[in-house]
Design a binder for this molecule. Structure first.
Ligand SMILES: Cc1cc2nc3c(=O)[nH]c(=O)nc-3n(C[C@H](O)[C@H](O)[C@H](O)COP(=O)(O)O)c2cc1C
Length: 488
């Protein structure tokens, strides 16, 4: 069967194909296949009619006007998604090294600048000649190379990259880095770099499952090394299957994009307040009234909003979990402290009230520990109402454009949430059923999963049960969508 040789296409078409492929996150071959399929299905019209081709290109890529000539389309298209990003690729000595040739092509198609270091074992599998031709650069192999050391050197090599990718990462390279060895160029670069490292391991399943490799992987993960794969499946060696295949190049490209954080940031420039965790209402210096909230859901929402680019201010009650990365966290104890912190953070674009704020507190808090006195019986606590933080902000003169409340209910979930929506001045209420809470078997409050309904004026949207991180990501996307329509 005939195959497409992109190299033989004329330059204008090749260039157009490259840009379309990068824009659609496809390889050039895949992009060509999409276009050929369109032609076969008759969607291109008679081949050669330029206006028909333009029409199809518009359908494939979105937003180009009916009279835009092909050359102009080509110029308007965004350059590759990895345009200008510098990837240092370290190729280790495994059979999967051949896939790294494809990885180089995929990265370059997307505009990345790829510089390659090969171990001496890697050169048994693929040649520096092919790697150099594909990367269009000198390939670095020697630690003690007068020319390389003079021109670039291992320190500069490791620093002049945005990301270091090891593919395939051999058992040996993992062991070296986990134990701090630096006895060739690849291992020295890895230990000298100040950049994020992504490893794509590839090895025989027995090598992968060996306790030494497991230990090394755990150590590397603790050290902040990111991993992709290995995948399960047939190994290049005959009669071998299991976990150990190197992840496919396009998936490695996706991981690289995620690590370089080049996904769009719909919430950048937006300030969002999030409250999380329980509050502790003191009875005396050692006793307090609390609830089972762990803060997991609120913290996950803060982190998800930050990932979408928001400037997140998290007001957290006392929790046993870490502050989320890239979020400014303020720690408070009581409902009153939480209210003050939130009000001081206004104005904001949105506020998400996830914290389980105590409805009541003891009217008095003893200055000294309340003593058990024989014959006097237990102390009687008079409870008073705490401020309603959600309602306060929902009706505040500096009310954020979007106010989201959470309702933890044990009965009449939707009816209570609908009532809360009106009373509190919220745009929507995320309602969850917390009727199965208990220290023995944590339900929504202590656990890692949640099942919520989004109650708004538009109605009730029931989400399936999912992890709290997934709820957070989905809610952050909803918030981003809502804020998109709100012009400030
Ligand atoms: C045919 C053959 C295939 C190999 N495949 C792998 C592999 O897929 N993964 C791996 O970790 N080691 C593999 N090895 C072993 C490595 O090549 C060996 O551990 C080498 O020292 C790795 O060097 P490096 O980590 O400096 O690249 C293979 C060896 C041979 C002879």
């Amino acid at each position: 069967m005939a195959s497409i040789t992109i190299r033989n296409l004329d330059d204008e078409v090749k260039d157009l194909l490259r840009r379309l492929a990068a824009e659609n996150d496809r390889s050039m071959e895949e992009q060509a296949r999409v276009m050929i399929r369109a032609a076969v299905e008759g969607r291109l019209g008679p081949i050669g009619r330029i206006d028909q081709i333009e029409k199809t290109l518009r359908e494939l890529t979105g937003s180009y006007g009916p009279t835009t000539p092909i050359a102009a389309i080509s110029n308007q298209m965004p350059r590759g998604i990895l345009s200008g990003k510098r990837i240092l690729l370290i190729i280790g000595g495994g059979i999967a090294a051949y896939k790294s040739l494809d990885l180089i092509r995929r990265l370059r198609e997307r505009g990345a600048l790829v510089r390659v270091v090969m171990t001496s074992a890697a050169q048994e599998f693929v040649t520096t000649l092919s790697v150099g031709a594909l990367s269009a650069d000198h390939v670095f192999t020697e630690l003690f190379d007068r020319q390389d050391e003079h021109d670039v050197g291992h320190i500069r090599l490791s620093r002049e990259a945005d990301l270091v990718v090891v593919a395939p990462a051999t058992a040996d390279l993992m062991a070296k880095l986990a134990n701090g060895h630096a006895n060739d160029l690849a291992s020295t670069v890895l230990i000298a770099t100040d950049k994020q490292v992504l490893m794509a391991p590839a090895m025989n399943p027995r090598m992968w499952s060996h306790p030494a490799t497991r230990r090394n992987r755990a150590t590397l993960q603790e050290d902040g090394i990111a991993f992709i794969g290995p995948a399960k499946g047939e190994m290049a060696e005959s009669n071998e299957a299991g976990e150990g295949r190197m992840t496919e190049p396009l998936e490695i490209v996706a991981a690289i994009k995620a690590l370089l954080d080049i996904s769009p940031k719909p919430l950048s420039g937006r300030k969002i307040i999030v409250t999380s965790g329980p509050t502790h209402e003191p009875i005396d210096p050692v006793r307090y009234i609390a609830n089972r909230s762990s803060g997991k859901q609120g913290h996950a929402i803060a982190a998800a909003l930050a990932r979408l680019g928001a400037d997140v201010r998290l007001v957290s009650g006392p929790v046993g979990i870490a502050d989320p990365a890239e979020v400014t966290t303020l720690h408070v104890e009581t409902a009153n402290e939480m209210k003050d912190a939130v009000e001081q953070l206004l104005p904001a674009d949105a506020a998400v009230f996830v914290a389980a704020v105590a409805d009541w507190r003891s009217e008095t808090s003893a200055g000294e520990k309340i003593k058990k006195v024989a014959g006097e019986g237990p102390p009687v606590l008079r409870m008073i109402e705490n401020p309603d933080i959600l309602a306060g902000v929902g009706h505040h003169r500096q009310r954020p454009s979007l106010v989201v409340g959470f309702a933890a209910e044990t009965q009449d979930l939707v009816r209570n949430a609908e009532a809360k929506l009106k009373k509190k001045g919220a745009d929507f209420i995320v309602a969850n059923d917390v009727s199965h809470e208990g220290a023995e078997s944590p339900g929504v409050m202590g656990g890692d999963r949640n099942k919520v309904r989004i109650v708004s004026k538009a109605g009730v949207d029931e989400w399936p049960e999912m992890s709290k991180d997934e709820v957070a990501a989905r809610l952050a996307a909803v918030i981003a969508e809502r804020l998109k329509t709100i012009v400030v």
